[in-house]
Ligand binder design. Structure first.
Ligand code: KG4
Ligand code: ZN
Length: 335
């Protein structure tokens, strides 16, 4: 079966083609309009999605060697995310599905990040614990079987990616900051400074204290000092962010007696996070999976994969062209 995936929950316009569980193509247009503002402006994002979708769809189809009439179902992100951008994607999907007389499969964005792991590792066994870390989410979730999710811990304030992006902005490094800080940290010393690690005795996270501590640190030191030590400041900051993520992931794995852990979401592309988890997993004899970098940040391949898994579980007849309107029975992830 050929499934078209559509993603527009934030600032990435993306379309993907999947055939029988394998990704044939994924086209992503990351909107550059927001760089000047240092953050995503929802109204600008909605209009950019509207403008970008036709070309992104054409690219995904031609890269896959497919045409519209080959598509048998459309998977689309219905939330969580920015309301305007989501509306553009859902209506684009519904328009296509209505004209092609095929069903729409509504996909939860967090579930899609988790399912991105199945693109390269279709044999991952349940149960597992997954750490979802993105610009909007920081959650640890227990997954006993496909489509069942139990929240073990979440951030009480900023998401990890949000904290990373804001600190990058304070350091004058640009937006989004994750990739930039990751590269700088690779050449720095994480023991250079000791920044706080929030909520150490809880299964929840807090990153706002760390963000404030960086703000005072930057104010206290002159520009030249920051500039000269930027690699080690980045490494020390990411050491704090990743320390609490890793500790709580393995605490949850122990609590639920899980021998498999997964990473998901944009921040899962982070080198320090991956290497810390892989080191601890090897010591504990726990299996560790993470998506390849192009499937970590927002993309439609993860949406197409989730739609594929849902169709396999529920059957195609459960979905109609307008099933995005009554998505709730098919997803039990907290929004
Ligand atoms: O999943 P995503 O594309 O969008 C949301 O659903 O939020 O995640 C975007 C986040 C941004 O905060 C970005 O800075 C972060 O992922 N990110 C990274 C890296 N690549 C992207 N953070 C740390 N290291 C990276 N290599
Ligand atoms: Zn995302």
């Amino acid at each position: 079966m050929i499934i078209l995936g559509i993603e527009s929950s934030c600032d990435d316009t993306s379309v993907s083609v999947l055939k029988d569980g394998k990704i044939l193509s994924v086209a992503v247009n990351t909107q550059l309009e927001h760089i000047a503002f240092g953050g995503v402006i929802p109204e600008i994002a909605s209009r950019a999605h509207l403008k970008n979708f036709p070309a992104v769809l054409d690219r995904a189809l031609s890269d896959a060697g497919a045409c519209l009439k080959d598509i048998e179902a459309v998977g689309v992100t219905f939330g969580p995310g920015l309301v305007g951008p989501l509306l553009v994607g859902v209506n684009f999907a519904k328009g296509l599905a209505f004209s092609l007389k095929i069903p729409v499969v509504p996909v939860n964005h967090i579930e899609a990040h988790i399912c991105a792991n199945f693109i390269d590792h279709p044999g991952i066994e349940y149960p597992f614990i997954v750490l979802v870390v993105s610009g909007g989410h920081t959650e640890i979730i227990y997954v006993p079987e496909q489509g069942k999710y139990e929240l073990c811990g979440k951030t009480r304030d900023d998401a990890a990616g949000e904290c990373i992006d804001k600190v990058s902005k304070m350091l004058g490094l640009g937006f989004p900051g994750g990739k930039i800080l990751d590269e700088l940290a690779g050449q720095g010393d994480e023991n250079f400074e000791s920044f706080p690690r929030g909520m150490q005795n809880s299964s929840d996270f807090s990153f706002s204290g760390l963000k404030t501590s960086l703000k005072y640190y930057i104010e206290k030191h002159d520009k030249e000092f920051i500039q000269n030590n930027i690699n080690s400041i980045a490494a020390s900051f990411l050491d704090s962010v990743t320390a609490s993520l890793v500790t709580k992931l393995f605490t949850a794995a122990e609590k639920y007696n899980c021998r498999t852990v997964l990473l998901a979401g944009g921040v899962s592309a982070n080198s320090m996070l991956r290497s810390k988890i892989s080191g601890t997993a090897a010591k504990k004899g726990v299996k560790f999976y993470y998506p390849s970098p192009k499937y970590c940040t927002d993309n439609a391949a993860m949406v197409a994969m989730t739609a594929h898994l849902k169709i396999k579980k529920y059957g195609i007849d459960k979905f109609r062209f307008d099933s995005a309107l009554d998505a709730a029975p098919f997803v039990n992830l907290s929004e």
